[in-house]
Design a protein around this ligand. Sequence first.
Ligand SMILES: Nc1nc2c(ncn2[C@@H]2O[C@H](COP(=O)(O)OP(=O)(O)O)[C@@H](O)[C@H]2O)c(=O)[nH]1
Ligand SMILES: [Mg+2]
Length: 248
Amino acid sequence: MLPWREQIEIHPRWIGNLAELTELRLNENLLTELPETIVNLNRLRMLTLYGNRLSFLPEWIGKLTSLEELYASNLGLESLPTTIGNLTKLREFTLHQNRIRELPLSFGKLESLREFLFSDNPLNPELAAAYKEGLDAVKRYLRAKAEVQVVLNEAKLILIGEGEVGKSCLLGALRGDPWEKVAGLPSTHGIEIKPVKVTDSATGTEITLNGWDFGGQRVYRPRTSCSSAHRRSIWWCGNRERGHRRVR
Ligand SMILES: Nc1nc2c(ncn2[C@@H]2O[C@H](COP(=O)(O)OP(=O)(O)O)[C@@H](O)[C@H]2O)c(=O)[nH]1
Ligand SMILES: [Mg+2]
């Protein structure tokens, strides 16, 4: 245990060398972030953080897998990292007086949790009702939420512009269609929707962009402007005179 006589703003770096440390009380200081050296304290069973100025708990906190007690109230936290679910020995977790609305699904993996104080947070109404019933109800709520959560990984790719600027050919090229097939296509009438599969290089997740290929003729313009209200979409705009292409 480290008793502090004065409020500290900067956390001493050498603290990460105290590999045998089991309790660290940093409450009511002026810390704005936790230095990562704490991650070396893999015997830490108790971490007291309340009353600092941390606005988030770092992802690496999930590596402190010996933690049994974590006191993180009155910090201004808006969310918890998903890695919190790795703290499977955590018995006591206080989080009151923060700004948390929702818990990560991984919170449901905290099997050892017995004491959980979460009052004075702007919880979403369903979670607030579950919290009033107790920890089991909170876990039930999270399980139910996980079951209904369907990840679609889809977005709209909308191509608009004058006729004959190359919208349909561009969509065909993005899809990997052979040029001979797309170049000879008749002018588009109305809207054609064709999928483009892409892979997120960071996560390897496959995403389907539903390519909306609009006819560029004047008669279709009202329809194009109606569709501009769609959210979560990528736009490609082609202009024949200026050769202008814009993506947003
Ligand atoms: N040279 C050239 N011609 C293109 C290119 N893209 C499309 N075209 C031609 O432009 C014409 C109109 O293309 P299209 O994709 O149907 O235009 P849209 O009306 O905007 O859908 C077609 O005859 C295409 O062969 C390009 O990058 N280079
Ligand atoms: Mg076309």
